[in-house]
Design a protein around this ligand. Structure first.
Ligand code: NAP
Length: 284
């Protein structure tokens, strides 16, 4: 029996148990994946519990992705660069190995032919939190030339800039005050890594004004990390303007598939995981 789970706080919204259980069933692996709400002050004890209970691994989500790092025995290269993990393996001897599969999910959700087009281009990223870090590393791995962050929190953006300067010295980074009216006509890809547009938070708002979307180049990709709703106000504007859009569901599914492969050692059934997530989103 393989025991898996997700820790974070709050966890009300998580689709991960549904996706992972569907995959385990499909693979005929005897296992379970449960959501375990874990406020930050309980992180240390929760990890002890997961080890004692014989968990093989777990996902980590808001707000624990950064706090988890110092508690690990080993960290994967890019998780270390990101300073954040979303996937942990517990080994036989109870050592903890951390990975950041958000980076893989972010990259792989961009169709391969479009990924190539991003080489040496410019990107605009809204937000400077944990997901923005994974996005910054993903874009750097894709060979982007320049990233402009539009950040409410300047300090966090400066930290990302430093991480990129240390690890991807060829990538130029600009930081601008968060501005929904920004002129983004330079960007080959625009990414929303803020929760603006998310169901239950500010669903009726777009992080980027309609006018700025209309000013985008016709080949620009508009990528919203939000998956609930799938079609955010931002993506609605972009579609109306005939731009190529990517919502957050594929990233969610692909980061989960990568995590499951790390735990099981077998290829994950991406289609089954996607289907399960979609069904759950539709409330079926
Ligand atoms: P986070 O660490 O809390 O960062 C959120 C960022 O958005 C911060 O820079 C925050 O600024 C900024 N922000 C929040 N509200 C804002 C507002 N009203 N105006 C301007 N900036 C604002 O969260 P995260 O983990 O990066 O997640 C960000 C989004 O990505 C969420 O919607 C999450 O669901 C999504 N996500 C999706 C996936 C996926 O697999 N599809 C994976 C990870 C995350 P402050 O620092 O000033 O608060």
């Amino acid at each position: 029996m393989i025991k898996l789970g997700i820790i974070g706080y709050p966890l009300g919204h998580t689709l991960s148990p549904i996706m992972h259980k569907a995959a385990l069933d499909y693979l005929q692996i005897d296992g379970d994946y449960i959501a375990i709400e874990t406020p930050p002050d309980q992180l240390f004890d929760r990890i002890k519990y997961l080890k004692i209970e014989g968990f093989k691994g777990f996902n980590v989500t808001i707000p624990l992705k950064v706090w988890m790092v110092p508690l690990l025995n080993e960290v994967d290269e890019y998780a270390n660069v990101a300073g954040a993990v979303n996937t942990v393996i517990i080994s036989e001897n109870k050592s903890l190995y951390g990975y950041n599969t958000d980076i893989d999910g972010f990259i792989e959700a961009i169709p391969e032919d479009l990924r190539k087009n991003l080489n040496s281009k410019r990107a605009a990223v809204f937000g400077s939190g944990g997901a923005a870090r994974a996005v910054a590393i993903g874009l750097s791995l894709l060979g982007i030339d320049n990233i402009t962050f539009y950040a409410r929190n300047y300090e966090k953006a400066i930290k990302i800039k430093k991480v990129l300067a240390d690890n991807f010295p060829d990538v130029k980074v600009n930081i601008q005050e968060y501005n929904e009216f920004a002129n983004l006509s330079y960007a080959a890809i625009v990414v929303n890594a803020t929760p603006i547009g998310m169901q239950g938070i500010n669903e009726d708002i777009s992080p980027i004004n309609k006018r700025s979307i209309e000013g985008l180049n016709e080949n620009t990709i508009v990528y919203d990390l939000i998956y609930k709703p799938r079609e955010t106000k931002l993506l609605k504007y972009a579609k109306r303007h005939n731009l190529y859009t990517i919502d957050g569901l594929e990233m969610l599914v692909l980061q989960g598939a990568k995590a499951l492969s790390l735990w099981t050692g077998v290829e994950s059934p991406v289609n089954i995981m996607r289907e399960a997530a979609l069904k759950s989103l539709k409330g079926e």
